[in-house]
Design a binder for this molecule. Structure first.
Ligand code: GDG
Length: 500
């Protein structure tokens, strides 16, 4: 049966676990908030399809199961798995996407590694995704493609299936022309994106940057510019915009640009937070903490997440404030999502060295200032830490959105806790009541954490109330509805099945 919604995302939407020689599909527990969010869309259509890749040493092996049927709490859908060889995965994902695109998207020109990129392989893999999507899509279906490693899919798909509606969402930032044009394949990428009906971004800044890149190379016309919607904070921060381009024209086609921030499943997080199990865990954590304050930091091990800069600030805090020694602990959860990549191994080593240095310098037999956690913490446990934290210290140097800060607010049913948030996380233009900080300034980082630790209860509660309201109102459902509107009537909104 053809699908009226096809989601194209490089990762499979579940984990494959072998139990007694049988493969079982389990909820994906890797540290990334995207997958459950996307699956929640399948509750809205009769039949959905997901296109991903799967490691295959020998893609011609007839036993390779290409299509898997799933019926779960999200709905009924099939998953088409493209068999990629280890060489293709390294080239398409680890090299082109992570070493070349990722640093440019996040503004780290000096980390951009051009030489090893094998562009024909990148094209070949993107073509395979486009072909698989074309095979699954019903007449006029919506094909929703995710993230920069599939940048060429829209262009290929448009040639294969002119009838489908194509929407492309960027989970990362989108840089301006000065940065984007560092990529030698810039024109090909932009021409592909301009075959979409909708190109989505988290926030207006990224949409405007996309326009700047497109206008620098192609005859693109601005058709509509609007005042930034009231969903985004009126307060100006590093990523604010006053107006946003919402429609552009290219070669007779109208492309709609949408700034639509991804939210979290606030209802689900609230339920986990209110459970007896979490209450027990929370009590245990509090007992272990005794009267010490807990600063919590959670993120993937990645130079964009600013872990090193944060630990350096924590060291300066303990240096400047002897009164806090023995009274405060930083729990720094930093989980590597991409094993065997030099850049991430280096960060991991640096984090370990710095945490060790701080612990050696300030710690004692019964007090370790930094708890560095490098293995994934189960989500239900993470929620207990969100609740136990006096401060969530979320200070990426660049981040498309950042879901951790939203999860923290959603988990704080007690109305307490302080969120310190980098101005360079997309979420900062929504969460006006967070304590904003500039991670490129020692002074700003150091002042913000001290301010948060000293914040009186009334102010804490006032800020948390406003942040929680915003996180709950613009949760994952809000994002879903926003996206559905952009798709038009092809995917009829209806009550989604209960997610998770
Ligand atoms: C990309 C963009 C954008 C983390 N550690 C553990 C754990 N996590 C979970 C968090 C959260 C997710 O991972 C991280 O989401 P983020 O949004 O913070 O970051 P990215 O993975 O970089 O995601 C980002 C996002 O896409 C969505 O568009 O916001 O800007 O970079 O859900 O809870 N979960 C568990 N244990 C951990 O140790 N269970």
């Amino acid at each position: 049966m053809p699908s009226n919604l096809v989601i194209v995302y490089h990762r499979q939407p579940y984990e494959e676990v072998e139990i007694d020689g049988k493969i079982e599909f389990r909820e994906n527990r890797s540290p990334n908030g995207i997958v459950p969010t996307l699956k929640s869309f399948f509750g809205r259509v009769d039949k959905g399809a997901w296109i991903a890749w799967k490691h295959a040493d020998d893609p011609s092996n007839p036993d390779f199961e290409r299509v898997v049927e799933i019926d779960d709490q999200y709905g009924h859908y099939t998953v088409s798995r493209l068999p990629l060889t280890p060489e293709q995965v390294t080239s398409f994902y680890h090299v082109s996407s992570k070493e070349a695109f990722w640093p440019i998207l996040h503004g780290f020109k000096e980390r951009y590694n051009y030489d090893p990129v094998d562009w024909p392989t990148f094209r070949e893999v993107n073509w395979a995704f486009a072909e698989a999507a074309a095979a699954e899509a019903a007449e006029g279906a919506v094909v929703w493609i995710h993230d920069y490693n599939l940048w060429l899919v829209p262009g290929y798909l448009r040639t294969l299936r002119p009838d489908v509606k194509i929407s492309f969402f960027h989970h990362t930032p989108f840089p301006n022309a000065d940065l984007f044009n560092v990529l030698p394949w810039r024109k090909e990428i932009l021409e592909s994106l301009l075959t979409c009906d909708v190109v989505g971004f988290h926030i207006p800044r990224y949409a405007n940057n996309f326009v700047s890149a497109a206008r620098s190379l192609l005859e693109v016309e601005t058709l509509k510019r609007e005042k930034v919607s009231a969903e985004f904070s009126a307060e100006t921060t590093a990523l604010s915009e006053q107006s946003v381009v919402t429609e552009i024209g290219y070669q007779g086609r109208v492309v709609r640009l949408q700034a639509s921030p991804v939210g979290v499943d606030a209802g689900y997080i609230g339920k986990v937070a209110a459970s007896d199990e979490t209450a027990e865990r929370l009590a245990r954590i509090r007992q272990q903490m005794r009267d010490r304050r807990l600063i919590l930091s959670v993120g993937r091990t990645d130079y964009t997440k600013g872990g090193i800069e944060q630990l350096q600030s924590f060291e300066r805090l303990l240096e400047a404030r002897p009164d806090l020694r023995g009274k405060v602990r930083l729990m720094h959860v930093s989980v590597a999502a991409n094993a065997n990549m030099t850049a991430y191994e280096e960060i991991q080593r640096d984090l370990e060295a710095l945490a060790g240095k701080i612990n050696g310098r300030f710690g004692s037999f019964d007090w370790q200032p930094v708890a560095l956690i490098s293995r994934p913490v189960p989500f239900t446990e993470l929620v207990a830490y969100y609740q136990a934290a006096d401060v969530a210290w979320i200070t990426p140097l660049a981040d498309g959105m950042n879901l951790v800060c939203k999860e923290f607010c959603a988990a704080r049913g007690d109305g307490d806790g302080v969120l310190v948030l980098s101005e360079f996380a997309g979420a900062a233009v929504e969460l006006a009541s967070a304590v904003h900080t500039n991670p490129f300034s020692h002074k700003s980082m150091d002042t913000a954490i001290q301010y948060a630790l000293a914040m009186p209860e009334e102010e804490r509660r006032g800020r948390m109330k406003a942040n929680r309201e915003s996180v709950r109102r613009r949760d994952v459902r809000f994002w879903a509805d926003d996206q559905m509107q952009a798709f038009g009537d092809e995917v009829q909104p209806r009550e989604p099945a209960t997610a998770k």
